[in-house]
Design a protein around this ligand. Sequence first.
Ligand SMILES: NC(=O)c1ccc[n+]([C@@H]2O[C@H](COP(=O)([O-])OP(=O)(O)OC[C@H]3O[C@@H](n4cnc5c(N)ncnc54)[C@H](OP(=O)(O)O)[C@@H]3O)[C@@H](O)[C@H]2O)c1
Length: 476
Amino acid sequence: MFAMIIFGASGDLTKRKLMPALYSLYKEQRLPEQFVVLGVARTHYTDESFREHIQPEETFGTHLHYLSMDPEQPEGYALLDQRLQALTGEAQPDNLLFYLATPPSLYGVIPQHLKSAGLNRPDTRIIVEKPFGYNLPSAQQLNAVYASVFEERQIYRIDHFLGKETAQNILAMRFANGIFEPLWNRNYIDYVEVTAVENLGIEQRGGYYEGSGALRDMVQNHLIQLVALTAMEPPARFTADLFRNEVVKVYESLTPLTTEDLNEHIVRGQYTAAGAKAGYRDEQNVAADSRTETYIAMKIGIDNWRWNGVPFYIRTGKQMPTKVTEIVVHFREAPHRMFSYPGANTLILRLQPNEGMVLKFGMKQPGSGFNVKQVEMDFTYDRLGGIPVGDAYARLIEDCIQGDPTLFTRSDAVEASWRFFDPVLDYWKEHPEAPLYGYPAGTWGPLESEALMHEHDADWTNPCKNLTHTEEYCEL
Ligand SMILES: NC(=O)c1ccc[n+]([C@@H]2O[C@H](COP(=O)([O-])OP(=O)(O)OC[C@H]3O[C@@H](n4cnc5c(N)ncnc54)[C@H](OP(=O)(O)O)[C@@H]3O)[C@@H](O)[C@H]2O)c1
């Protein structure tokens, strides 16, 4: 029998993401026929009160169980083993999937306790939530712990961005079509923007966010994954290792950041109060003088034959005017400009919302003369015959059950990414006076971020223009 054990089951992620994902798999009969889900956390629940808390649909509820224990302490693990034996009816249940949805401080402790209790069996898998480490040394340490408990094939470091259909479609767009690849390089592409912003603040997660900030929360994992999907070479075959080799090659090709980059090509910001919206420093569990960044924009480069000289501008932020994740590829202008055309060709890969693609190009306006205006050719997912875009967590949990790690992060990729970003964290630590710009909640971030794009005589591609409160931008 298959058993999924969720540590941190009383938390937000379990209720909001994992349970709906499991239910959708269940409804579509994509879970093993015989399965149980065992929630584990310190909060006291019985099976019944846990089900009431989750409010599962239909018969799914009968598969849910709960064990109250402190995952930090070793004592509970013998009890966990007994409970798994009782639920599966097996003396030594092996078809187990542990999901670590706890605070990251427990990511190193739990596998060690699992090992001591003999629960690291050969068919067992473990999914670890982000963030995996908080810098390179801690990620290396964590990798070493996991390597001492499990084989790499059993370890699934989740980055739910990769579970999104739209992220996978970047690969399909690039590698299933012949027309893009010849243009996909420094000869035809001028620069690339990668944006993942949201219109919410940190909600109730001040305690977590204070120790994290935007760079650790979004950039080191999600944004850089999107850069990898955009920039990677086609793998020889679409297998887990060949695909992940290409991801690692991108990370290893990132141009190391110089002092000039750290000073001039990184803009960090923090949202300030605006209207009814609280400022970051007013949020619960946030220090009144916090210098944690809720916004970051960076210019990065990739040193290889395909991308040398093509900047990638990446940014993420909380309390922006809208929620959007998209990649904008800016092509070079026509070499000889016969017509005055105000824009260059751009290709937008929109991951959310309105998932799809837009190609922008110039066409002559009807009438006399040759007035060329920008037009759009677009594709949105809802045109795929009403098939709903699959849920990222459902896709990834199913992949893990089936033993397919392609869309999960390998240990070398985690370390290569931290290796690139560590100098930023070190620089901020060593230079607490390094600028942190305030931006009013509900705007597109510090004005200073716009300067990053000036060499292209361009602005960031903002899907909705809303640069109000301009006068309130300030250095914090
Ligand atoms: N929420 C999201 O949308 C989201 C998205 C991506 C990644 N993640 C990651 O997923 C993980 C879980 O997120 P979450 O939002 O569900 O977090 P959460 O609600 O703060 O915590 C999950 C559970 O962990 C348990 N816990 C907290 N402190 C503990 C401690 N010191 N010792 C033992 N257990 C402790 C708590 O249960 P008990 O108090 O009952 O033990 C809590 O319900 C985090 O690492 C987060 O970074 C979350």
